[in-house]
Design a protein around this ligand. Structure first.
Ligand SMILES: Cc1cc2nc3c(=O)[nH]c(=O)nc-3n(C[C@H](O)[C@H](O)[C@H](O)COP(=O)(O)OP(=O)(O)OC[C@H]3O[C@@H](n4cnc5c(N)ncnc54)[C@H](O)[C@@H]3O)c2cc1C
Length: 137
């Protein structure tokens, strides 16, 4: 039996002046998404890349949030959408989940189930400065 409060952190901004929040403090996705540690490490990596390329700390913090926020928003939304999967409220929902998880072993269907539970796969580590990296001066 596991009994706890489940919450997400949804901050309107992740930085002010030269102070920045990363990891759960900025954007906890909750155990419903189950990728919080990975996203915290990803955020630290993206932040380090921006700090090493940007002209000022402030523009690095702005670039870090611009790059990472779409990913976090998507993961948090997927987690909220998946609440009924994670915690079925009725015996019928529980039976539907059991059937869906059995079907998840079938090739092709497994991808749909994974996408429903974890969201889109991402290659953000390959382009930590975002889709259009700033041109170095
Ligand atoms: C039940 C559960 C299951 C999870 N499953 C997964 C999973 O399968 N995969 C996954 O990737 N993630 C999972 N997570 C999420 C993951 O644990 C977190 O997202 C991750 O630990 C966040 O890392 P963090 O460094 O941002 O914060 P934390 O790990 O919370 O680290 C913050 C640290 O700061 C310290 N601290 C707090 N206040 C102060 C202070 N005033 N002064 C000094 N130190 C302070 C705390 O003691 C803590 O050590 C799960 C979480 C829960 C609760």
């Amino acid at each position: 039996m596991y009994y706890d409060q489940v919450a997400q952190i949804d901050m309107p901004a992740w930085s002010r002046d030269r102070v920045v929040l990363i990891g759960d403090a900025a954007h906890a996705v909750s155990l419903l998404a189950g990728q919080g540690a990975s996203l915290g490490i990803t955020g630290a990596y993206v932040l380090a890349e921006h700090l090493s390329h940007a002209a000022t700390v402030e523009s690095a913090l702005e670039g870090h949030e611009r790059t990472l926020r779409p990913l976090i928003t998507e993961k948090q939304q997927v987690a909220r959408n998946g609440t009924r999967w994670f915690i079925p409220a009725t015996p019928t929902q529980l039976r539907i989940r059991r059937t869906a998880l059995k079907l998840a072993r079938v090739p092709v269907i497994d991808r749909y189930v994974a996408a429903a539970l974890a969201g889109k796969s991402t290659a953000i580590i390959d382009r930590p400065l975002g889709p259009t990296p700033p041109v170095a001066e």
